[in-house]
Design a binder for this molecule. Structure first.
Ligand SMILES: [Zn+2]
Length: 92
């Protein structure tokens, strides 16, 4: 699969829901196609539209580092898919 961080950095999901805290995510060092908000421990990547539509908030989502994360909401539509936010699964 082709991963690109072309286009603008997405707004952090937290900023999308809290208008006073709007800020953009930054490309993750060394991992093409992944953005990060270090303030909120949140990540984002672009997923093919067909696959993205099957992902619901709270679904397991494979992390860029091979561990299992949790999908959050959908973000902007991009030419190559849809932005999906995700975060690391909570460690008990
Ligand atoms: Zn944030």
């Amino acid at each position: 699969m082709e991963h690109q961080t072309s286009g603008p950095n997405p707004l952090c999901e937290v900023g999308k829901t809290h208008q006073r805290d709007r800020h953009r995510m930054r490309p993750l060092d060394d991992v093409p196609g992944v953005w990060v908000c270090s303030k909120h421990d949140l990540f984002a990547t672009v997923v093919e539209k067909e696959r993205a539509e099957a992902i619901e908030r709270g679904d397991p989502f494979p992390m860029h580092d091979g561990t299992l994360g949790v999908a959050s909401r959908h973000g902007d539509e991009r030419p190559n898919g849809i932005v999906i936010y995700y975060r690391a699964a909570a460690n008990d």
